[in-house]
Design a protein around this ligand. Structure first.
Ligand code: NAD
Length: 406
């Protein structure tokens, strides 16, 4: 029987397993490898970091969706994949051999080598990091009761991409809780986003991006643009401002919570495995396999897929990860059954929606712009759809977002 190994139980990996279990019942042996026994909804990490949701609300046990007759779960860290020998090397288990490997190990925080970023700021790329951010904020708020240091009440977000903006909205929602812990009024909790770009949210048209930025401003979130962060010292961000020249003194902003969301790169296991990649993303073939290794599929955040006539790969999202997984399961099923493989992978985006807290959002779907409350409902529906696709009704009813009436 053919052996399929799936690395990573995020959107791309888990969805591949779910689809293979349906399409190839009794025809393949699947081994799923992940470090954790749970899947997490990466699109909701900011809710855990802010403390608006507990981690249990954005996670579910991987075994909930596995068919034990077809799939074995191995809890371990993947060291590397040897594509020529077709084996996966693990930290604590013996190497595993495969006929087909689906590499879906997700993303890590990207510091771009900026001095002090790793040591002095908090990344938000998984559940543990998100919980660490929340615990850190709680500690600062409680400390304020003793210290009366205004920096305890300040939260800086480095990088105003999709992640930074959604996090800022979630932190703004959490202000009253933080204020209560610190014994201050909510307006004393200061949230500040710092970004190098002149124009934020480039994935949206200018009108929609301006709408999003105004939403943040209405929530009293301070936004500094054209600020290229050069260094993070303990409790201090140093940046070069617009118009500054090389050698000019750097601007300094202080806060006792500094969160790092300046971008991500694909899993370091990509480089460990000797794959050619840019920021951990491998340029896929039309069948979503690695160049020169047709039995190794690269999906989700470790994959780069170009839009037709496009200059940059599609941005990494849960939506594209799920769509890639659907395709890969179809392709593997065709190969196992010995029938014609599907035509080249094509991605059709259903739209992009950014949330700014629980009840506000903005975005584009099916060629239309959505704003405010309707957009926030749409966002929750998109999240519920991906939860349903992965975990079925069980997870949808247990973890879905049905708080639609405010
Ligand atoms: P990003 O790359 O989209 O944004 C990073 C931001 O950090 C940019 O605005 C950039 O200008 C800024 N930055 C980088 N270096 C800087 C520096 N030295 N100083 C100041 N600013 C700096 O990263 P992200 O927001 O983490 O998103 C990663 C990927 O995940 C993207 O493809 C994004 O679209 C996707 N994502 C999607 C969703 C969703 O669909 N709901 C949510 C979150 C993230």
């Amino acid at each position: 029987m053919k052996k399929v190994i799936v690395l990573g139980a995020g959107y791309a990996g888990l969805k591949t397993v779910v689809e293979l279990q349906k399409k190839l019942r009794g025809q393949v042996e699947i081994t799923l490898v992940d470090e954790n026994p749970y899947h997490y909804e990466a699109t909701d990490l900011h809710e855990v970091a802010s403390g608006n949701l507990p981690a249990s609300k954005i996670t579910f046990p991987i075994t909930d969706v596995l068919n034990p007759e077809m799939t074995t779960l191995v809890l371990d860290h993947v060291e590397k994949v040897d594509q020529d020998k077709k084996i996966v090397e693990l930290r604590d288990h013996k190497p595993l051999s495969y006929d087909y490997c689906v590499f879906a190990l997700g993303f890590v925080s990207e510091t771009f080598g900026i001095k002090g970023a790793e040591e002095n700021s908090l990344p938000m790329t998984n559940v543990k990091e998100s919980e660490a951010i929340h615990n850190h904020i709680i500690t600062q708020m409680k400390d304020y009761q003793e210290t009366k240091n205004p920096n305890d009440l300040k939260l800086i977000i480095c990088g105003a991409g999709f992640t930074g903006i959604e996090l800022a909205g979630a932190l703004a929602d959490a202000r009253p809780r933080y204020a209560k812990l610190a014994g201050v009024t909510p307006d004393q909790i200061k949230i500040h986003i710092i970004d190098a770009s002149k124009r934020l949210l480039p994935m949206f048209n200018e009108k929609l991006a301006d709408y999003g930025i105004n939403l943040l401003k209405k929530l009293e979130i301070e936004i500094t643009t054209e600020a290229r962060i050069q260094e993070i010292q303990p409790d201090t961000v140093l940046y070069q401002g617009a118009g500054d020249s090389e050698g000019d003194p750097l601007h300094k902003v202080e806060a006792n919570t500094i969160i790092w969301t300046t971008g991500v790169s694909g899993s370091p296991v990509v480089a460990e495995s000797g794959l050619q990649a840019r920021r951990g993303r491998v340029m896929d073939t039309e069948h979503l396999t690695a160049p020169d290794h047709d039995d190794m599929y690269m999906v989700g955040d470790v994959a780069a897929v170009m839009p037709p006539n496009g200059k940059r790969p599609y941005p990494t999202t849960a939506q594209i990860a799920l769509s890639m997984a659907n395709y890969v399961a179809k392709d593997i099923a065709a190969r196992v059954k010995g029938i014609a493989r599907p035509a080249a992978y094509v991605y059709k985006s259903l739209g992009t929606v950014a949330s700014v807290g629980n009840t506000r959002a903005f975005g584009e779907a099916s060629g239309h712009s959505f704003k405010g409350y309707p957009a926030s409902v749409l966002k929750k529906m998109i999240m519920n759809k991906s939860l349903m696709e992965l975990g079925g009704f069980k997870e949808l009813f247990a973890k879905g977002r049905f708080d639609l009436y405010h």
